[in-house]
Design a protein around this ligand. Structure first.
Ligand SMILES: [Cu+2]
Length: 163
């Protein structure tokens, strides 16, 4: 019942947006709320570092695919979702074309050596014990704002899980 109601509301909101060519983010709040973020951390940097990586796990408990198309943060000049890959024996990375998609019921883990949040042009060094605010922008215009702790590494007690 709840899912049907949510879908009907989304369809209605979509129709309204098309009619008015105006979308208020509050209309779309349900979409970002389908996204659950966990195991989030930003890697602590040495002083003077200009780039950094962050990691988290995303669960889409909604009934449609969500796509992260942008990142906003005051921590750095720019931020993107990157994917690490190996070429000619060297680890390289690239931004994820078209945004990071999370299907209905799907979990996508950003972990060292795989997908990661890339911060470029750091405003200041990220010190362990502090935290930073990251905003994920979804393709429907909704946003997920989250505060992420700065750690030297993922706590060993919880295991370093890989996807
Ligand atoms: Cu990267």
């Amino acid at each position: 019942m709840f899912i049907e109601f949510t879908r009907a509301r989304a369809v209605l909101a979509s129709a309204l947006c098309n009619a008015l060519l105006v979308c208020s983010t509050s209309v779309w709040a349900d979409r970002a709320q389908s996204l659950q973020i966990s195991k989030a951390w930003l890697r602590a940097t040495p002083p003077g570092a200009s780039v950094d990586a962050g990691y988290f796990t995303l669960l889409n408990h909604g009934n449609r695919t969500l796509r992260i198309v942008g990142i906003q943060t005051a921590l750095a000049k720019s931020a993107e979702i990157h994917q690490s890959f190996e070429r000619d024996g060297r680890e390289q990375m690239r931004s994820v074309e078209g945004g990071l998609a999370i299907g209905p019921g799907q979990t996508v883990a950003l972990t060292p050596g795989s997908y990661h949040l890339m911060l470029m042009g750091l405003d200041h060094a990220l010190v362990a014990g502090t935290s930073g605010v990251i905003t994920l922008l979804l393709d429907d215009g909704s946003k997920l704002v989250t505060t992420i702790p700065v750690l030297t590494e993922w706590p060993a007690t919880e295991g370093k899980e890989s996807p």
